[in-house]
Design a protein around this ligand. Sequence first.
Ligand code: NDP
Length: 299
Amino acid sequence: MASRTVAFLGLGAIGRPMAARLAHASGITLAVWNRTAERAQSFGREHGGRVAASPADAARGADVVITCLPVSADVESLLEGDAGLLASMARGAALVDCTSGDPATSRRIAARLAEQGIGFLDAPVSGGTSGAEQGTLTVMVGGDAALLEGVRPVLEAFGKKIVHCGPVGAGDALKSVNNALLAVNVWSTGEGLAALAKAGVRPEVALDVINASSGRSNASMNLFPERVLTRAFPRTFRVALLDKDVGIAAGVAREQKVPSPLLQLTAELFRLAHVELGEEADHVEAVKLIERWAQQEIA
Ligand code: NDP
């Protein structure tokens, strides 16, 4: 690809391996910034790239700025001020936001950037931290299709399936619904397996049958065998972030006036799980709540 200058902001659980893919891709000159500077410095030591002092410093001279922060409001907070992105992004550059964001804030960010001739795409990702490490993420993109084609070679450093979903906000909306389905599956599989365990059916036997039958899902095929039955519960995707995602999906359904009792209930359940388990717990640890209520471990 023609050489590109890329800035990556937000080296969290998924941002870091995405940025690492860019650091090792040919034809890309990378600058990174992270709120906690030590994390950016450690990234620089491991993968190279220029470690920037501020969002403005990272974005100076960049064709593409990529953000990956918890929520859209965090991205919006990086725009203004002397150290902000708008202080240094050039006309014709693009901000690609890989945050699992909310459509309304993304539309507001896009409008603000457009005033300065800067393009915007909401481009949340799916595939987890292992997908990021392997460069096999799915990227769901909202915004101008021609702008996406221009930045596609950059996104291909970490994305395998890169799909244009519609106007600005469409990527966010689709991502939120995908994650709401993940949440429904984690919760319902947890309830089902707890009930079966109490009824005398071992979880590995239940999963063996379910995974060869119509009730299977990513939760039953991967998350429960690898994380629940083993009691490993690795921390790869915080329950706080899944709470946020299901909340966005429930909001999209309400805004569109779609009756959605299951989405609204799932949003409530994951809000409760977030409050009970705290900021650092993994999303699969929500199952521990079901186990507590059922007084039955799924193992
Ligand atoms: P983490 O919580 O691991 O990391 C968050 C990152 O954002 C850190 O770099 C943090 O900086 C930074 N940050 C937080 N608040 C601010 C702020 N106000 N201003 C500037 N920087 C800030 O999150 P993830 O990497 O897991 O997730 C990032 C996004 O990707 C989320 O929207 C999430 O829903 C989505 N996602 C995550 C997946 C996963 O498997 N983890 C999978 C798919 C999507 P600091 O180091 O200073 O704390």
